[in-house]
Design a protein around this ligand. Structure first.
Ligand SMILES: NC(=O)C1=CN([C@@H]2O[C@H](COP(=O)(O)OP(=O)(O)OC[C@H]3O[C@@H](n4cnc5c(N)ncnc54)[C@H](O)[C@@H]3O)[C@@H](O)[C@H]2O)C=CC1
Ligand SMILES: O=C(O)CCC(=O)C(=O)O
Length: 449
């Protein structure tokens, strides 16, 4: 049953009709519109000038052919995307995802979420997202480089430090950003450092950007736990995924005294009751780029790999889904609740299905939605842009301190907004409304564009 305010139903109907079959985009828009009923009841002026309809429609969508040649000389064709969703607050900002599941609906959902997330940071960045259905798995360095160069050959004409500033996401890390930046520089004949973030430190990157999304999610959850006089210390935690977000989430939890007992990849999950060995996990995933089963093999005693069942069946007090969208289902939420979970912090974008979120809320589990909890990555990207613009380079401590302050502020904004709208402790509603109001106010000031 829809919980959409009747004044917003036509907006949702139009989104469903106009973007037929784009299920993840429908899901993301539905969740935000469900939160906005209370806003339009209190401030009906947001219904004027099709403001909410405009927020749901990307400003521009770019789809292009990406031809590239593999190591055997065979030509492949992939599809490239960039959805420039909303630039009311600043240049479009958001990552690039290289994964075979990528399609326009997925990029649109991510760009829509990014718009509100970026607003929550309080920094001057609009929302966008991009990527390709290219599968980097098993590809050589040379193949990855040629793919990135071909992708940027088309995309470069749509980018610029004042226009659109991509970064990494699934399948796009420091190596890919280097190749993309190299090709942008070559094509434009400009050293425009602020056109991409997540760059290496030697050519304009920011300290702490690699760690930022994971660390930031932990800072957010730490603050959320503190509202109930709780902490990470001595808690059992499960972190799904084993990529950029998951690894640095696990690192900060360990620093805060928590014990991460399981992590995963798309082939299965490992349980290590002694606590995940982070040096080994980084070796397997960041250096060797191998499957998670390799962690269990190398660790030996005490660690086990499973390729059946769900990582969410592993008992824990805190769950941090940090792999991909809709990875935590209603069934998984029930298992977590039954096993005594007290808090869930989303490191990934929209990892919990709507049913899972409903179960958590009904059970009184503290729940930090991705668009608030994982905003530390993009916030630190904006700090990278600041350093590039001022030709400066900050220390790790200085940058991490800014990140921690931003995350605690986002937490407090979401909590205060939930209080103001009569739903204390509802971070989903708080994040959606606080993000919406900032974007909507800027759009209103800029006129009907
Ligand atoms: N990298 C960043 O700064 C940010 C990333 N995110 C989100 O965090 C999530 C993870 O991204 P990254 O760590 O950057 O990517 P990554 O490519 O470094 O790692 C992705 C991880 O998720 C796993 N994974 C992918 N599909 C899966 C599936 N169907 N089932 C189980 N595991 C699966 C992969 O095996 C890998 O361990 C994504 O939802 C991304 O949109 C959100 C904010 C910022
Ligand atoms: O750092 C960025 O610009 C984007 C990070 C991102 O893709 C995300 O927040 O989902």
């Amino acid at each position: 049953m829809s919980k959409i305010d009747e004044k917003l139903e036509p907006v949702l109907d139009q989104v469903l009709r106009r973007n037929a079959g784009e299920l993840e985009f429908h899901q993301a828009v539905t969740e935000v519109l469900e939160s906005l009923g209370r806003v339009v009841a209190k401030y009906p002026s947001y219904l004027e000038n099709a403001l909410i309809e405009r927020i749901c429609e990307p400003e521009r969508q770019i789809i292009f052919r990406v031809p590239w040649v593999d190591d055997q000389g065979q030509v492949h064709i992939n599809r490239g995307f960039r959805v420039q969703f909303n630039s009311a607050l600043g240049p479009y900002k958001g990552g690039l995802r290289f994964h075979p599941s990528v399609n326009v609906g997925i990029i649109k959902f991510l760009g829509f979420e990014q718009t509100f997330k970026n607003a929550l940071t309080g920094l001057p960045i609009g929302g966008g997202k991009g990527g390709s259905d290219f599968d980097p798995r098993g590809r050589s360095d040379g193949e990855i480089m040629r793919f990135c160069q071909s992708y940027m050959t088309e995309l470069h004409r749509h980018l610029g430090e004042y226009t659109d500033v991509p970064a990494g996401d699934i399948g796009v890390g420091g190596r890919e950003i280097g190749y993309l930046f190299g090709q942008y520089k070559r094509l434009t004949n400009r050293y425009e450092a602020g056109v991409l973030t997540g760059k290496g430190l030697v050519y304009g990157g920011s300290r702490a950007r690699t760690e930022a999304t994971g660390y930031g999610a932990v800072y957010f959850v730490e603050r959320m736990l503190a509202t109930k006089q709780l902490a990470f210390d001595q808690r059992r935690v499960v972190v799904s995924g084993s990529g950029n977000v998951a690894i640095y989430t696990a690192e900060k939890i360990t620093e805060f005294g928590g014990k991460v007992v399981a992590c995963s990849d798309s082939s299965g999950y490992v349980v290590d009751e002694g606590g995940i060995d982070l040096a080994l996990l980084k070796e397997v995933k960041e250096s060797r780029r191998e499957r998670i089963s390799e962690y269990a093999r190398l660790k030996g005693d005490g660690a086990r790999f499973s390729d059946t069942g769900s990582i969410w069946d592993v008992p824990c007090e805190i769950a941090m889904p940090s792999a991909t969208q809709n990875e935590l289902t209603g069934r998984d939420a029930k298992a977590l609740i039954q096993n005594g979970v007290i808090a869930v912090g989303e490191g990934a974008n929209m990892p919990s299905t709507p049913e899972a979120v409903r179960f958590f809320r009904e059970a009184g589990v503290l729940f930090a939605p991705g668009k608030a909890a994982n905003a530390g990555g993009v916030a630190t990207s904006a700090l990278e842009m600041q350093q590039n613009a001022s030709r400066d380079s900050w220390t790790f401590e200085q940058t991490e301190q800014r990140l921690a302050d931003i995350m605690r502020r986002i937490h407090d904004t979401c909590a205060a907004t939930a209080d103001e709208f009569g739903t204390p402790g509802d971070y989903v509603l708080g994040a959606n409304i606080a993000g919406f109001v900032r974007v909507a106010e800027a759009m209103r000031a800029l006129g009907v564009i």
